[in-house]
Design a binder for this molecule. Structure first.
Ligand code: AMP
Length: 418
């Protein structure tokens, strides 16, 4: 690991700004926001405990959702402070701001081992703009910076990049947390020379989002299993009918190029053989974004590759599950990113859950080396109560993929070398 890590630090008595990834899923229950999956909080505990043991004064910064620079009560980090306090078995202070006088006062009164969580940094539009003055304000309360938010490291935002530059300029240390170190080590070392067969499972809405990573992975993987809506753009490229499925008609050429590269390199490129389809019907109800809520009617298995004209494909079907499970069962290294269908709806979640079971089973039985999750696949594994059965779950979906595409992550680049 060329980057400085928390293990290289001694932060006794110092105030440490720790950027964590607490972008956890929340649901409203009886008027209160409740955390439905605390994986991301649990993952930061080793770093926090180490810094607490060292006698650091911890100030945690994070984002939650996309409040777009506005104070959005449903995206407050307050419920996270309570959850973190339970997990750490110690008091966690919370300030309903991330910069300013109140933060400075509370941070100034911290004692060694104390923990303070700041409010959602994205309540300020300056965060995502990586505004230098905002980064200065964030940095004001700390002498040391630790970034453990691998999941946000592909963004050059004030709390992931700008603040590190300010602290380094002042002569402070900027180091990776243990989670960040683990993710970089896995992605860098183990996926550079994966144990074969190396099976990649990719689900996504759009081919355009994934084409670069597909291109890179075709040079390393033995098999690519494609799910999600992007499978339909591949089907379209192969001349099949896609009905009302989500497609990108202008991406069929890149899809064809990927298929040709797979063939040329002898990489198995598996596309769904069947699917679960339904007739989408617009209702009068509006969703949070003001768009009409779609109701799916006549849900059924479609046993062929052509999609009926009036229906959309929303999950992989049973034949596909069988084929993908067979492939996963042979794997020694697995990388999984994004769900196989519209898995937020129970009726379209079976494909994703079946893949989750297959991944957990092979990890247990044949010792498949690792899995990269990313938000949704981690959620799917946890939902199927299989999360603790896989050897490694990456929490950074988008960041993992950008790293695999060969891009430098700004949040990593801003940390100091050893
Ligand atoms: P992405 O955010 O591009 O990685 O795509 C993941 C999202 O696409 C998830 O929220 C899924 O619910 C959704 N999704 C997956 N498969 C489909 C599908 N066949 N049709 C519509 N949406 C889908």
């Amino acid at each position: 690991m060329p980057k400085l890590t928390v293990k290289d630090l001694n932060v006794r008595g110092q105030r440490v700004l720790v950027r964590v990834d607490y972008n956890v899923p929340l649901e409203e229950k009886d008027g209160q926001m409740v955390i439905t999956d605390a994986t991301r909080i649990v993952e930061t505990l080793p770093t926090l405990r180490l810094l607490i043991e060292q006698g650091g004064k911890l100030i945690l910064a994070a984002h939650l959702g996309r409040p777009k620079g506005k104070r959005e009560p449903s995206m407050s980090l307050r419920p996270v402070a309570q959850k973190l306090a339970d997990l750490l078995s110690r008091h966690v202070a919370f300030v309903d701001d991330c910069i300013g006088e109140k933060v400075e006062q509370t941070a100034g009164a911290l004692k060694p081992g104390d923990v303070l969580l700041l409010e959602n940094v994205r309540f300020y539009k300056e965060e995502e703009a990586n505004d230098p003055a905002f980064a200065e304000k964030l940095a004001k309360v700390a002498e040391v910076y630790v970034n453990d938010a691998f999941g946000a490291a592909h963004r050059a935002h004030a709390s992931t990049e700008g603040v590190a530059r300010v602290i380094a300029r002042r002569g402070g240390k900027c180091a990776a947390g243990l989670l960040m170190e683990r993710e970089l080590k896995f992605l860098g070392d183990e996926l550079e020379k994966p144990a074969h067969p190396f099976v990649v499972i990719l689900g996504s809405a759009k081919v355009s989002d994934k084409i670069q990573v597909i291109d890179r992975l075709l040079e390393k993987a033995d098999a690519l299993l494609i799910g999600g809506a992007m499978a339909y753009t591949f089907r379209l490229a192969q001349g099949y009918q896609t009905g009302k499925s989500l497609i990108e008609p202008d991406r069929t050429e890149v899809a064809k190029t990927a298929l040709a590269k797979a063939k040329q390199r002898g990489v198995k490129f598996l596309l769904p053989l069947d699917d679960v389809v339904a007739v989408p019907v617009k209702t009068d109800k509006l969703d949070k974004k003001g768009k009409p809520v779609i109701e799916y009617q006549e849900v059924r298995v479609n046993a062929e590759m052509n999609c009926p004209a009036n229906a959309a494909g929303l999950d992989i079907g049973p034949k596909t599950v069988q084929a993908y499970t067979h492939e996963v069962a042979q794997a020694k290294t697995i990388l999984w990113n994004r769900p196989m269908g519209l898995f937020e709806a129970k009726r379209f979640a079976e494909g994703t859950n079946a893949v989750a079971r297959a991944v957990a089973a092979v990890t247990q039985k044949h010792g498949a080396k690792r899995i990269i999750g990313g938000g949704d696949s981690v959620k799917a594994l946890n939902k199927a109560k299989l999360g603790d059965q896989v050897t490694f779950m990456s929490t950074g979906g988008g960041a993992s993929l950008e790293f695999l595409e060969g891009k430098e992550l700004p949040g990593v680049a801003a940390l100091q070398d050893r």
